[in-house]
Design a binder for this molecule. Sequence first.
Ligand SMILES: *[C@@H]1O[C@H](CO)[C@@H](O)[C@H](O)[C@H]1NC(C)=O
Ligand SMILES: *[C@@H]1O[C@H](CO)[C@@H](O)[C@H](O)[C@H]1NC(C)=O
Ligand SMILES: *[C@@H]1O[C@H](CO)[C@@H](O)[C@H](O)[C@H]1NC(C)=O
Length: 199
Amino acid sequence: MRVLTTFPALAALLLSTAAAQTFPNQFGPYALKVTSDDATINGKYLYACHSGAAIEQLCIGEKGEYAAASGSYYFNSSDWSEEVDGSKTGVLIWNLPLQDAHASSALTFNYSPASNVVLAYFIPGDQNTVTVGFDAEDKLFVAAYVDDTVTPGGSKAFYHWEVCNTQFSGYRYQALAWVTIGTPINESCRGANVTREAI
Ligand SMILES: *[C@@H]1O[C@H](CO)[C@@H](O)[C@H](O)[C@H]1NC(C)=O
Ligand SMILES: *[C@@H]1O[C@H](CO)[C@@H](O)[C@H](O)[C@H]1NC(C)=O
Ligand SMILES: *[C@@H]1O[C@H](CO)[C@@H](O)[C@H](O)[C@H]1NC(C)=O
């Protein structure tokens, strides 16, 4: 697994992207721990793993197995962010190391029209982010809007995390994913939850 790769050529572009901040209030750093009924992943931690230029997935690892920076995450929110069940929503952040700085990268979902399994990855900036929060038990949830018969509606907390064998732009990992609804069509997926721990 490749972690903490830097991309000097992208630095200028990424830093200019990071200048427009929609979610300026930052909390953390946190480690992200996986809990699951599946003993092979229960108690493991998530580490950013390289999946293309400035793209990282969240790969499974033992505590302390990889560089601390690859397992340090932040939660960014804003004053106007919606609350779900009393928890502020916002974006999950990982800092992509650049030569003399970093690019704040937010969690994004990659949907396939052919699957109910969604890949989760970080990319610099706060475009196309998935809206998340941490509940009273520090569990990571996705805030989604469900009832389109009601305006303005309001979001609910969902916990559809899975750890799956993924293949994303040629990189194969056991990594964090999401199931939209139902049972994941991919047999490699194991239901999981993700809990933050202050570090
Ligand atoms: C997260 O917050 C930090 C601190 O304000 C900021 O530097 C960074 O750009 C923010 N990231 C995003 C994606 O909004
Ligand atoms: C499903 O699992 C296989 C390997 O078990 C993997 O190659 C594939 O990319 C996975 N698909 C998704 C959508 O996760
Ligand atoms: C994850 O946590 C939620 C909320 O506590 C719970 O309803 C769900 O069953 C958990 N999922 C797994 C796979 O443990």
